[in-house]
Design a protein around this ligand. Structure first.
Ligand code: PMP
Length: 354
């Protein structure tokens, strides 16, 4: 830290992104990317757009917003495109929280929430997950502030039914509830239709997972027009050209190829189920997942030891050091071939351990 860095950031601990190693070819099951390439239509549209990079992107993202809104069944004024869903989440912290309006989220959830809160000096309350790692809905209903809820949750992979989230929305008529649906396309129920009923709901989604576009950085906020307008004020005070031309074009291409997305999601769900059973057969306790990752622990080997042993065999998974999570690893669902390699490596490690 230089002597010029402002003291308000002295204690800021930045978000730790999953490793993106370059030094050798790993089987990468650590950052919940898709094992499949983006839609050929997205790729073609992105290539075509390269010839227009001398021009700024459309700050209203009109064409993209219209298509995305039609896809999720809302009005074009009820969506806003962002640079990944991390950006819309950051904007939501800025727009809807403050010293007098804390953020509220589960103690085990997406690790960026406390980072955003700390970045903006926002106090926050962490509501502990229940013993079985499910979200304490009653606890979120009772805590005062702006609620941030990943559904399905990360890194557990557990999803809440929309009816449970409605309880939280109804309990916070004077506060916004942000439902982060980064993983919703792998089997959970979306809360998007609830924006008709609740003016305090903001849903966030991403093209990073189900649409294989993590590197393009495209996310969305979906809410009533009044909330979207608030978020636009923040966006226009930060970076009006937040989504670049190539990403916008690729996003439209991906939306126009919804069958491709649905097929990839179905393939990932099938691999997830196969892999869940295979890990269970090897003695793992696997939390039932509605996402493109599994959260699993084994009674015979600690989470970190397994992570390191897999790394040594060229398979990267994600280990979290927090006390409640340390026995587990989060394993992205890759292609069937990648998962066979993971399972073979796990078998070898277990044989050596026992
Ligand atoms: N929410 C959750 C729960 C996530 O796991 C992630 C991915 N790290 C994000 C949001 C952000 O994803 P992106 O910025 O790539 O849209």
């Amino acid at each position: 830290m230089s002597r010029f860095f402002h003291t308000r950031y002295a204690n800021l601990v930045p978000y730790t992104a999953g490793e993106q190693p370059r030094e050798r070819t790993y089987i990468k099951l650590n950052t919940n990317e898709s094992p499949y390439p983006p839609s050929p239509r997205a790729v073609a549209a992105a290539k075509e757009e390269l010839t227009r990079l001398q021009l700024y992107s459309d700050p209203t993202a009109k064409a993209l917003n219209e298509r995305f809104a039609a896809l999720v069944g809302v009005g074009a004024d009820e969506v806003m495109a962002t640079n990944g869903s991390d950006e819309i989440l950051n904007f939501a912290f800025m727009a809807f929280c403050g010293a007098d309006r804390p953020a509220v989220f589960p103690d085990v959830t997406y690790g960026f929430y406390p980072v955003f809160a700390n970045l903006h000096g926002i106090p926050y309350t962490e509501v502990p997950l229940k013993e079985d790692f499910t979200v304490d809905v009653q606890g979120l209903c009772e805590a005062a502030g702006t609620v941030f809820l990943a559904n399905p949750n990360a890194p557990t992979g557990i999803a809440l039914p929309a009816a449970e989230i409605e309880r939280i929305l109804a309990a916070h008529p004077n506060g916004v509830v942000v439902v982060d649906e980064a993983y919703v396309d792998f089997g959970a129920e979306s809360c998007v239709p609830l924006i008709r009923k609740y003016e305090n709901l903001l849903v966030t989604q991403t093209f990073s997972k189900s649409r294989s576009m993590a590197g393009a950085r495209l996310g969305f906020g979906i809410a009533r027009e009044s909330l979207i307008r608030d978020l636009q004020i923040i966006r226009n005070s930060t970076n009006p050209y937040n989504v670049n031309r190539v990403t916008m074009a690729a996003g439209i291409g991906a939306i126009e190829d919804e069958t491709y997305t649905r097929e990839n999601c179905a393939a990932i769900v099938k691999t997830r189920e196969f892999c869940t059973h295979a890990l269970q057969k090897l003695g793992f306790e696997v939390i039932p997942s509605k996402t493109n990752f599994l959260f699993a622990k084994h009674p015979k080997i600690g989470g970190e030891s397994l992570y390191l042993a897999l790394r040594g065999r060229g398979v990267l998974v994600r280990h979290f050091g927090a006390p409640r999570l340390t026995d587990y690893n989060r394993i992205t669902v890759g292609s069937p071939v990648e998962m066979e390699r993971l399972l073979a490596a796990v078998k070898e490690i277990l044989e050596e351990t026992t």
